[in-house]
Design a binder for this molecule. Structure first.
Ligand SMILES: NC(=O)c1ccc[n+]([C@@H]2O[C@H](COP(=O)([O-])OP(=O)(O)OC[C@H]3O[C@@H](n4cnc5c(N)ncnc54)[C@H](OP(=O)(O)O)[C@@H]3O)[C@@H](O)[C@H]2O)c1
Length: 276
């Protein structure tokens, strides 16, 4: 409990889903928060929701509207946040968007937009916060990738590209930032029941829907508990959920055979059932 007491966390994507649930849990454990997302209305709503569950005399939940896909905006807003609220102990990069659909149906712009938010967005917040954490001599950066950053999936070529990029980026950061006493955690959740899943439903191929279910479904609160536990224990890789953990284990030990084989079978079965 005491671990987060009085600590300051910056959370991108803090107005919804995994970011919001993590913010809520951290606030309950004594953390001060600054939430970032584009929509100010949803940020305000998130702040009110979180503040309703804490003692406002000691803790404040602040928010700043910021587009992680715009590097200039990120550099400026992070600087403002540090000047106003201090250097954070924790940066959680949860801002992200989905982009489902088979590659042949995805435009360059869709691919580009997903890359700019999920991969470059995280790159920008890390680059903006790094000089401050180095100056402070400590910090913890948490990047939310996905199971789609560990296992390639049917119908997710653009999203997987961005999440695999985050896995590589985070792994490199871990090694480079250790000497500055800055910890790094990579989080790879399976499907989590958030607005993100509702938004992607319309463009998600049927095959992908079935393949995805192998990794299990979590609540945002369940994912947040795993993230907070992982941060507290200084873990590098956090894969929330038993099903996701075991799927990743079998994927690695079989060199991908045990995930590719059922996926290919499902794709064939769906094609057969729809008479293709
Ligand atoms: N839900 C899942 O199944 C799942 C599984 C694995 C990993 N993830 C990852 O977990 C992270 C959070 O996803 P979620 O499910 O919590 O999604 P969500 O409920 O849709 O929340 C996404 C958050 O990111 C913000 N955001 C999106 N684009 C942004 C931008 N350009 N600049 C700043 N903020 C932006 C959104 O606010 P605004 O739109 O107002 O900006 C919102 O606060 C994402 O990185 C996602 O890839 C999700």
């Amino acid at each position: 409990m005491a671990y987060f007491s009085g600590k300051l966390a910056f959370i991108t994507g803090g107005s919804s889903g995994i970011g919001l649930a993590t913010a809520n849990l951290l606030a309950k454990q004594g953390c001060r928060l600054v939430l970032f997302a584009r929509g100010q209305d949803s940020l305000d709503k998130a702040c009110r929701t979180i503040e309703a569950g804490i003692n406002k005399a000691f803790q404040r939940v602040q928010s700043i509207s910021m587009d992680v896909a715009n590097d200039h905006d990120v550099q400026q807003k992070i600087r403002t946040a540090v000047e106003k609220f201090g250097i954070p102990d924790l940066l959680i990069n949860s801002a992200g968007v989905s982009s489902a659909g088979c590659f042949e149906n995805l435009s360059y712009d869709q691919f580009d937009q997903c890359m700019k938010i999920n991969a470059y967005g995280t790159r920008s917040t890390v680059s903006a916060i790094l000089p401050y954490m180095k100056q402070k001599g400590s910090g913890h950066i948490v990047n939310i990738s996905s199971m789609a950053g560990l296992i390639g999936m049917f119908g997710y070529s653009s999203y997987c590209t961005t999440k695999y990029a985050l896995v590589g980026f985070t792994e490199c950061l871990r090694g480079e930032l250790k000497r500055y006493n800055i910890k790094v955690t990579l989080v790879c959740p399976p499907e989590v029941k958030t607005p993100f899943v509702e938004k992607e439903a319309a463009s998600l191929p049927r095959e992908a829907r079935v393949v995805k279910s192998f990794a299990g479904l979590l609540t945002p609160e369940g994912a947040a508990r795993a993230i907070v536990r992982g941060v507290k224990s200084g873990k590098y890789l956090v894969v929330p959920g038993i099903m996701a953990k075991s799927l990743y284990f079998w994927h690695r030990v079989s060199n991908g055979f045990l995930t590719r084989m059922p996926s290919d079978l499902i794709v064939k079965l769906v094609a057969w059932r729809s008479g293709k």
